[in-house]
Design a protein around this ligand. Structure first.
Ligand code: NAP
Ligand code: GLV
Length: 320
């Protein structure tokens, strides 16, 4: 008898096809809209396998509805949507999609860095709104990226990929990470600094840690105050690591050159969110890994894990 698999989003049929040999698959019918929570709780009842996205919470409540669950795969590298210890205490495997999205997400971080420094979205609005009457010397002037100091908080896979890109822009790379990355320091000249020193010394501060109890509110009013008055902050990690209220007030007071955000405390972010009223906030709808190649590679990692589980083989990309 086939195992039951629930997929919480509509995914391309050719991607999930190989799973049909092993699983009876129930799929949420919509690509864009999230599966409503009550529907998810009801649908997971008989499932042995669950394929979720970062928008689905896999917590004690869900597990209480899923007595047969043995594997959960998330279409993301970040796994703060999953209560991993609750899964492990029930011997349920959790898998994610590391590595394949590293370069794509680092590219997006750099896109945000250039967009904020050179005011790209603002300049485009200026042109489309008919404000462009001619060229003048201090028109839409930005900040140089080349030669500036970038400080990366969280020098993991994506943080390192951002740092390597920064070298191509002749930037000075500082970082803070709980564990030192000595090999990176020796090979690329990245310099370790204590957390507060990264904030004080950097022209660009990039947050690239996972979201956890420890990183929740990591960048609040106190930390923002430590940053240079004309620094740029980029958060493409998770909403909630940066305190949005504190960030808004700091920006309103004229501190910081700009902010680039791919992630928000509440997603989708409300259109009346105060941060969206500010011209120097570049806001994106969580598209860090959104290229066709990378999203396909991510889905294939989930398929690989679910197939390996069904075939009794070693499951790769387990979250420990
Ligand atoms: P990773 O390789 O695990 O890197 C995370 C790094 O953060 C590690 O080096 C870790 O090192 C460090 N870290 C953890 N807690 C820290 C703390 N409290 N202070 C300082 N450093 C800390 O993960 P990754 O693949 O680079 O992904 C990072 C995160 O990016 C994901 O968890 C996800 O939330 C986010 N992400 C967002 C998008 C997007 O679409 N915007 C796409 C992909 C990923 P230590 O534990 O040694 O400190
Ligand atoms: C995206 O945010 C991810 O964690 O993969």
């Amino acid at each position: 008898m086939k195992k039951k698999l629930l997929i919480t989003r509509k995914l391309p049929s050719h991607i999930i096809e190989p799973l049909r040999n092993y699983y009876d698959i129930a799929e949420w019918s919509e690509e864009e809209a999230i599966m409503p929570r009550q529907r998810l709780l009801a649908s997971v009842k008989d499932c042995e396998a669950l394929w979720v996205t970062l928008a689905d919470k896999v917590d004690e409540e869900l597990l209480a509805h899923a007595p047969n669950l043995k594997i959960v795969s998330t279409l993301s590298v970040g796994f703060n949507n999953i209560d991993v210890s609750a899964l492990h205490s029930r011997d349920i495997i959790a898998t994610n999609t590391p590595d394949v999205l590293t370069d794509t997400t680092a590219d997006l971080v750099f896109a945000l860095l250039l967009a904020t420094a050179r005011r790209i979205p603002e300049a485009e609005r200026y042109l489309r709104e008919g404000q462009w009457q001619g060229w003048y010397p201090l028109q839409l002037v930005g900040k140089d990226v080349g030669g500036a100091t970038i400080g990366i908080i969280g020098l993991g896979r994506i943080g390192q990929a951002v740092a390597k890109r920064a070298l191509g822009f002749n930037m000075n790379v500082l970082y803070y990470n709980r564990s030192r990355k000595i090999a990176n320091e020796e090979q690329y000249g990245f310099q370790f600094r204590e957390f507060e020193d990264v904030l004080k010394e950097s022209d660009f501060v990039v947050i690239m840690t996972p979201y956890s109890k420890e990183t929740e509110g990591l960048i609040g009013a106190r930390e923002l105050a430590l940053m240079k008055d004309d620094a740029i902050l980029i958060n493409a990690a998770r909403g909630g690591i940066v305190d949005e209220d504190a960030l808004y007030h700091v920006l309103k007071d004229g501190k910081l050159w700009a902010v680039g955000l791919d992630v928000f405390e509440q997603e989708p972010v409300a259109l009346n969110h105060p941060l969206l009223t500010l011209p120097n906030v570049v806001a994106l709808p969580h598209i860090g890994s959104a290229t066709l190649q990378t999203r396909t590679a991510m889905m294939n990692l989930n398929v690989q894990a679910l197939l390996a589980y069904a075939q009794g083989q070693q499951v790769l990309n387990q979250i420990h």
